[in-house]
Design a protein around this ligand. Structure first.
Ligand code: SF4
Length: 276
């Protein structure tokens, strides 16, 4: 098997505990996503992640409460306006609660995500959060995966029972998406200031060649900034794809028993909880 020597050397050193430099990250991202080098990069990332987190994880589930042709237009997302094949659809309250029951029945679910498109009906979302919060176990957190929102809305969400928000400023935001990177960052600041959890995912599956000079420095900065999991700031899951299902999915059993812990070794569950 022929692997680029420099790529192999960088990945060898990463496995030995030496983080790649910015230039090395740029170098690694030049390989096409279908290349052996890109596959090896993903495999090494996965291996380091599993070692770092003792091969433990938390079980998350997501309900897409409504879908539409999303004006976010993200080229990597199947809901993006302009290329989606989905017809608009809104789950009714009964189906949402039935899905919430299915997800939480095993008692293993750490957090239930409620997802909308970039634009959404805020009043309805608050109502859904309220009825889901009343229905599911107290220890299961509610996380919203929605478009940008303001401070007042963040407070409303928190008061209704939202524990966290998944929000990111992605690589090539504003280039591969129709969204304003500054608005994405502003929402992340609002989430942080509101003291609800900000969930970021360092996705190890989004690697592959990118046009020269775009996006890559962001990746390095993200790696530097997001690696420490800090209380009340951000908890970082360095994972493969987030499991997203709609509408019915039976939550899998945990790979290992994370009861009483955050699922992240060395980080007690209390340190992840950011309830009202
Ligand atoms: S904003 Fe979200 S839902 Fe909309 S196209 Fe982008 S990734 Fe998909």
């Amino acid at each position: 098997m022929k692997i680029d020597k420099k790529a192999a050397s960088i990945l060898d050193m990463a496995q030995a505990g030496r983080a790649p430099t910015k230039e090395e990250c740029v170098f690694l991202l030049q390989f096409p996503e279908t290349s052996l080098e890109a596959a090896l990069l993903r495999a090494v990332s996965d291996s380091i992640t599993r070692r770092r987190f003792n091969n433990e994880g938390v079980v998350l589930a997501q309900i897409g409460i409504e879908i539409a042709r999303c004006p976010g237009g993200c080229k990597f997302c199947s809901f993006g306006e302009g290329h989606t094949a989905f017809e608009p659809s809104i789950m009714n309250n009964e189906d949402i609660l039935r899905s919430a029951d299915n997800f939480t029945a095993s008692g293993d679910l750490y957090a239930l995500f409620l997802m909308t498109m970039h634009t959404f009906d805020f009043e309805r979302l608050v109502h859904i959060v309220r009825i889901v919060r009343e229905r599911i176990p107290r220890e299961t957190e509610i996380v919203v995966n929605i478009g940008d929102f303001d401070r007042a809305q963040a407070q409303d969400l928190k008061a209704t029972g939202v524990n966290g928000a998944y929000h990111v400023c992605r690589l090539r935001e504003g280039i591969d998406t129709a969204l304003d990177p500054e608005k994405r960052k502003a929402t992340m600041r609002i989430i942080k200031d509101s003291r609800i959890g900000l969930l970021l995912l360092l996705r190890t599956d989004w690697t592959g060649a990118q046009p020269a000079g775009t996006g890559r420095p962001d990746l390095h900065r993200a790696r530097i900034r997001m690696c420490p999991a800090r209380r009340n700031e951000a908890c970082v899951f360095s994972v493969g794809p987030l499991v997203t299902t709609w509408p019915n999915f039976r939550a899998p059993t945990r790979a290992s028993d994370g009861r009483g812990s955050s699922g992240i070794p060395g980080l007690p569950r209390d340190e992840m909880h950011r309830g009202p």
